[in-house]
Design a protein around this ligand. Sequence first.
Ligand code: SF4
Length: 457
Amino acid sequence: MAARPVPAAAPLSVRLETLGCRLNEAELEAWARQFRGRGCRIAGADEPADLVVVNTCAVTAEATRKSRGLLRRLKRRHPAARLVVSGCAASLADVDLGDARIDLVVDNADKDRLVELAAAAQLLPPGLPGPDPDADAAETLFARGRQRAFVKVQDGCRYQCTFCITTVARGAERSRPLADIVAEVNAVAGGDTGVQEVVLTGVQLGGYGRDQGVAGLDLARLIHTLLAETDVPRIRLGSVEPWDLPAGFWRLFKDPRLMPHLHLPLQSGADSVLTRMARRCRSAEFRALVGAARAAVPDIGISTDIIVGFPGETDAQWQATMDLVAELGFGQLHIFPYSPRAGTRAATMPAQVPEPVKRERARQLAELGAVLRAASLDARVGRTLPVLIEGEQEDAAGRYAGGFTPDYLPVRLRNAPPELVGRIAPARLLARSADDAALEACLAPPAAALSHKGDRQ
Ligand code: SF4
């Protein structure tokens, strides 16, 4: 009697979660492709999982607390699953879950080999097929409802800003080889992948290449090569420190595939505070850099990070920050009340600012940020710009397709048919939205012809 065929083992179901920065997101996307390439399936948020992998964050005390909270929730949600933890909170040994078991902790220094280490720790069942280079790289992205791919180009940082725990948790600078980045971008975007945009991420993006000792290898060379050797329609830059920008940087923006948006962390507008932060850019240099950017790239959007209530920050120093922010007219502000991080120099500095003062200053800055945001949105009304349509959402005014302009302003299209999701379409920017958070828009010719089919009720 013929032997009963042994049913194929169900593929291992892997749940991937991340907190924090775009670099963490890029790492998660790479792990998703590698797990997928080994025959695992990527579990959705409401699906059971055999293995749970979490990329933690420790940029603030709140981020570490959230990382631990997420781990506990996932442990309760998937009690039988094995748990792998990586990221900054793990690298700082700050993920103790008491009696809840963590099966593998992967330090930031080893996280590019996380899938391999999980296999070596026998967290992947034997007999799974080896890496499959043909696995559809974009599939894992779309499976997670994303239209743009985050690509890690470097890790670590050589600087020691006194508030920064990232440089502690992520270690020395290390750039990925140029050819690997080009290959990854070609695998995950452009062509018939359906992915229209990649975001280049790193800890110190401006320092790309200089740890490689290859003459002329820098961020400009990287971008130039990606523009030449890939066909991805849009390349966007993650956060770039306001120094170390390579020669010829501004010229690159003449290529419409490089998105005219820069996130340049200022952190403070007072030079005395910038000195205590050990920042390498003073207020006058920052002002000049923004001026150079706007002169070279007229439509450029600029956003920034501000730390509120850095130790020793006086009212006058705070006012200097408010004045410079107002003067430079950022399109978006990321506001961080100062969070002392054990292991950083600032955590033990004198004159720590009381929490109520931090809260009041953060409120003032948020108020200013809203005014600047409204102005940056209004400045685009009446223009027609290409928008990458990313998905359908709803607000008080009803359903809309959301997306971003090249200079990273959010857009709400009320007449885009569902089949335009994932595509870049010309949009006429009509007005600031009622909640001041985005631009109301409609499809512009030739895409407008498609709208009649998708008119929203
Ligand atoms: S340059 Fe950025 S990553 Fe490096 S130490 Fe300063 S804040 Fe941290």
